[in-house]
Design a protein around this ligand. Sequence first.
Ligand code: SF4
Ligand code: FES
Length: 365
Amino acid sequence: MAEEIKLFKVKIDNISVEVEPGTTILNAARKIGGDIVPPAMCYYSKLNGSGGKCRTCLVKVSKGSDADPRPMPKLVASCRTTVMDGMEVANITSPEVQEARKGVVEFLLLNHPLDCPVCDQAGECHLQDLSYEHGADSTRYEFKRRTFDKIDIGDKIKLHMTRCILCYRCVYTADQLTNKREHGVLGRGDASEISTYISQSLDNDFIGNVIDVCPVGALTDQTFRFKNRVWFLKPVDAHRHCDNEKCCGKTVLWMRGDEVFRVTARKDQYGEVEDFICDTCRFDKKEAKDWVIEGPRKIDRQSVISQGHYVNTVKPKDPLVEVLDGRKPKLLFDIHSESQVNRPEVDLSKIDGPAHSNDFTKQQS
Ligand code: SF4
Ligand code: FES
C-alpha cells in the first residue's frame, strides 16, 4: 500500500490550507484562490524552470514553520519558495508586501513604453492590470529609456523588444515545445534582450505559443495586429480535428460576426494556456467553417473583454411586436444598401493592416 503523504498546514492571509510537501507558496495560494493569490508575471505552471525573474509574487513569511517559527528576514518570491508545515504567509494583509509590489511595478515599467492605446495586448495585458492595481500615477525615472527596432520573428510573429519584461516564458516555451530553438535572451543586465540567433526565423510548428505566454505585448500575432481591439471581439470555444498529434485542436476563436480575427489557445483563470496549440490551428484556420463552435468563452479575469458580456444576457422586450399586434414589422431601411462603409462582403480579417476607407471603395469597383 502506498505510504500516505503527510500534508503541510499553511496559513496565507489568515486562511488555512493543506498542501503536499514541495508545493510553492504561490500554488498553495492558488489552491485557496481569490484575491490572496499573488500576481505572477514570469511563473507559468506549464513551463519547467519558470519563475523567479520578475518579483511580482513577493510575499512576507511571518512564521517559517512550527519547528522554526522565526519569520524570514526578507520578502520572498512565492513562486520559488516551498511551504513548510505551520508556515504563515501574508500577501494582501501586509502593507510591506503591497509597498514592495508597487516598487516592482515601477521597475517593470522603467523601460516599458506607455503605448497601451496602440498595443495589441491592451485589454489582456498582465502588466496593464498590475499597473492599474499597484502602479504609481507618474514615473520618477529620468534617464533615457531602452529602445529597440521591431523585429519579425518569422512571418507570423512580431517582437517589440521595448515592451519585453524579460520574464523568459517565451524562451522556455520555445525550449520545451519546439524541437529546434533559435531564440533566447542575449546580453546581461540592462543590455539583455530577446533575440533570434543571427536573425533566424522560428518556423517550428508550435512556436506561435510564445504569443500566448507573453504577459505583455512584446510578442504579437502578425495575422491579427491592428485588425481589431480584443474587447470588440466575441471569444468562442471551438475545436477541430488536428492532424498534428501534439496539438489538442481546442482553441478560442475571436470573432466579430462570422469573421474569425484570431485563434488562440484556451487560458485558465490565471491567464495560463490550458493546452498548447499548433501553428496551423493558430495561423491558417481563420474561417468559421474550419471549426466546430462549442459556445461563448467565459472570461474570468477582470478584463475589459468581459465588459462585452453576452452569456446569459436577457434580451429586452421588443415593444414593436406588441404595437403591431403580432404583425411582422416591415423593413423600412436597409443600412447596407445605403452605407458605403458597413459592407458585409468586406472581410475585415483579410485586410492587410487596419481597415481604411480605401478597402471599402476597392471592393465596390
Ligand atoms: S518577449 Fe514576452 S514572453 Fe518573452 S521574455 Fe519578453 S515579456 Fe517574456
Ligand atoms: S512570478 Fe514569481 S518571480 Fe515572477
